[in-house]
Ligand binder design. Structure first.
Ligand code: NAP
Ligand code: HSE
Length: 438
């Protein structure tokens, strides 16, 4: 689009009109005149592609826009910006690639698509000199991508610790504050509409892993395969862990963690103990929080609503504004061209060094704690604190023994847990939760 077309409407096509698409239409409508001033031209919706045309939509979705025929949308040369808010891998990927090849700007909220194919899509967008913007793919309404790409363009990021999944954060907050069991807290999160249709994407850590891969593209210029990350969810966390965490001065959060270790990158997603005084300890309920350490900047915390129709629409529409303006200015694709990705090698999990919370549910016999301490000692693992809770009333009952280690390599911890596993006094497999000094 050239400058001569200034004031001509920028024509938008939405692929999808569910939670996020509905929010986008509402925001485009509510802020219409304000957005026109910002962009320098009106934003005009041309098409809304859906699966089922008979479904009820938000009242801002006009019937004449709605179609189930992708050809009507993708074959329309007059569309300037395609907004992919349908989710999933296919046909979203095909549609986005076609839009890029046709020279249209693309906005996507699809974390799965960007995590799996972002590198290739960015390459295609650069080749065709168009924008591919994906702010809403991480942290809903929080400006994570823009902050990393623009505000920190002058700095380099040394680490990121982030609460990236609202459902996990809600569940852990409810378990800690009300003593709810995991299943009951998950049922609440589902009732409130926070969880994905398949909640294992949330509670087993995959949603957070996709978001961490996208964050790493901006924070570390890294092209990473999600399958290479260590990913653990929160299903195993119970009230015993919360009691011990509290006693040791911590709370439990589900984190996506990235460290730039020079030649290698450390990336992992798992539950973690964070000090009660940590900034992330107070990011509760369904909120997301992204804590970035810049080498020159130092610490920076972004907190906000990581999901929901209107927060996510804020990010999508901000991207539409940027893409529309860059087209009107005759410089499409400028911000996408600033993303330069390369393959980065990951640090093997055995080589990471941190502190650990270890839990052994054991028979209450003399010598048990001595055996555990000696196995850990054999691996060079130093214990900071160790506590046994309660007394077993019969021989079959287990009691939890929990301890906090000093900094140690994960390989040593795994070998020690393997060695303790062979002991007959163990009532359940030993467990670890990593401790993050954030
Ligand atoms: P949603 O409510 O399930 O809406 C998906 C929409 O896409 C629906 O309108 C659906 O049509 C349409 N659609 C799906 N497959 C289609 C196909 N093959 N052809 C045509 N239309 C199709 O999903 P959502 O929650 O809005 O999420 C959309 C995207 O935003 C996802 O990538 C998600 O990860 C991302 N996101 C969501 C949130 C959130 O809070 N929900 C936050 C951040 C990012 P029908 O309505 O006819 O079924
Ligand atoms: N299910 C996701 C979450 C929605 O709980 O964070 C936002 O991506």
């Amino acid at each position: 689009m050239s400058k001569e077309r200034d004031r001509q409407p920028v024509r938008i096509a939405l692929l999808g009109c569910g939670t996020v698409g509905g929010g986008v239409l509402r925001l485009l409508n509510e802020n219409r005149s304000y957005l026109e001033l910002r962009v320098g031209a009106p934003l005009e919706v041309a098409h809304v592609l859906v699966r089922d045309a008979s479904k009820e939509r938000v009242r801002e979705c006009r019937a004449e826009w709605v179609t189930t025929d992708p050809e009507v949308v993708l074959g329309d040369d007059r569309v300037d910006v395609v907004v992919e808010v349908m989710g999933g891998e296919q046909p979203a990927r095909r549609y986005v690639e076609r839009a890029i090849r046709a020279g249209k700007g693309v906005v996507s909220a699809n974390k799965l698509l960007i995590a799996r194919h972002g590198a290739e899509l960015i390459e295609q967008a650069i080749e065709h000199r168009v924008d591919l913007a994906f702010e809403a793919s991480v942290g809903g309404g929080i400006p994570v991508i823009r902050t990393l790409r623009e505000s920190l363009a002058s700095d380099s990021v040394s680490s990121v610790h982030a609460i990236l999944n609202g459902t996990c954060n809600y569940i852990l907050t409810r378990m800690r504050d009300t003593g709810l069991a995991f299943d009951a807290a998950l049922a609440e999160a589902q009732r409130l509409g926070y969880a994905e249709a398949d909640p294992s994407l949330d509670v087993d850590g995959h949603d957070a892993a996709q978001k961490l891969v996208v964050v790493s593209m901006l924070a570390f210029d890294a092209h990473i395969d999600q399958e290479a990350l260590l990913v653990e969810g929160i299903r195993a966390i119970d009230q015993t862990d919360f009691r011990f965490a509290d006693r040791f001065g911590f709370t439990v959060k589900h984190l996506g963690i990235g460290h730039d270790r020079g030649d290698r990158l450390e990336l992992r997603v798992h539950p973690a103990l964070v000090r009660k005084a940590s900034v992330l300890a107070h990011v509760d309920d369904v909120l997301n929080g992204v804590f970035v350490q810049g080498r020159a900047l130092g610490p920076c915390l972004l907190v906000g609503r990581g999901a929901g129709d209107m927060p996510t629409a804020v990010s999508v529409v901000a991207d539409i504004v940027d893409v529309a303006r860059s087209r009107l200015e005759g410089e499409p694709g400028l911000s996408t061209r600033s993303i330069q990705l390369s393959r980065r090698e990951l640090l093997p999990i055995e080589d990471i060094e941190t502190r650990y919370y270890l839990r052994f549910d054991v028979a209450d016999h003399p010598g048990v704690i001595g055996t555990i301490a000696s196995v850990l000692g054999n691996e060079g693992i130093s214990i900071e604190q160790m506590v046994q809770e309660g007394r077993a009333v019969d021989a079959d009952e287990g009691v939890p023994v929990c301890l906090i280690t000093h900094h140690t390599r994960e390989g040593a911890v795994r070998r020690a847990l393997q060695a303790v596993s062979t002991q007959r006094f163990l009532k359940a497999p030993p467990r670890l939760i990593r401790i993050e000094d954030v």
